[in-house]
Ligand binder design. Sequence first.
Ligand code: PEP
Ligand code: MN
Length: 259
Amino acid sequence: MENALDNVIEKWNKRPLIISGPCSAETEEQVLQTAQRLAATGKVDMLRAGIWKPRTRPGSFEGIGTKGLPWLQAAKKLTALPTAVEVATGKQVEDALHFDVDVLWIGARTTVNPFSVQEVADALRGVKVPVLIKNPINADLELWTGAVERVAKAGIERIGLIHRGFSAYGNTEYRNAPMWHLAIEMKRRNPDMLLINDPSHICGRRDILQEVAQEAIDLDFDGLMIESHIDPDNAWSDAKQQITPETLAALLDGIAWRK
Ligand code: PEP
Ligand code: MN
């Protein structure tokens, strides 16, 4: 158990830290195949997968739920990749930890709600798990900061920030406007905190992923979280923005990393 945490901390401290995996865990086969193909690239440090999906509108796929957690456990056993899952309630924190999820993240729709963040934070008390906190969907640094403070007050030592852009009304170039200066300001306020960029949710499409990822690296971000899927076009959520593990490897190869 202690060794498992050491392994996660080693990854957590690696630069650049690369997290990838499907928007949603769909089937056991999909999770295992994605994990194996990501591991085979040798370029990914952590496997992400949404188990509970907070969807904007009802009627879309809302996540496979607890049933998918053993799939992530199996993927970790197969590949040695630590796993990361989004949590939005105290029960989800308990369930994820019960199935040995290594890193938890708070999603953009949860960061906006202090009651929800507090509930998650309360469930984290006494636990050593690292936690990533996505920016809220609206451009409000105080809400983002408040979520960080609630999690820190619960005793979580390793907190990271994920910049996934901010929503705007109507059709825009991006699914979520990056407003890079807000992420930079958040890093200025929290210089010791990991800052990860999530180009997938900023872009909402594949063709500009590379340039957004490059921009993040040029701005000295500590890592990237990019969604990947074995069959992106048929993904059950966020199909337009996901890429195969092999396309991810090519994208990462095309980035000019900072020395
Ligand atoms: C996700 O990571 O799949 C997700 C739901 O992201 P966000 O919270 O950034 O919308
Ligand atoms: Mn997604």
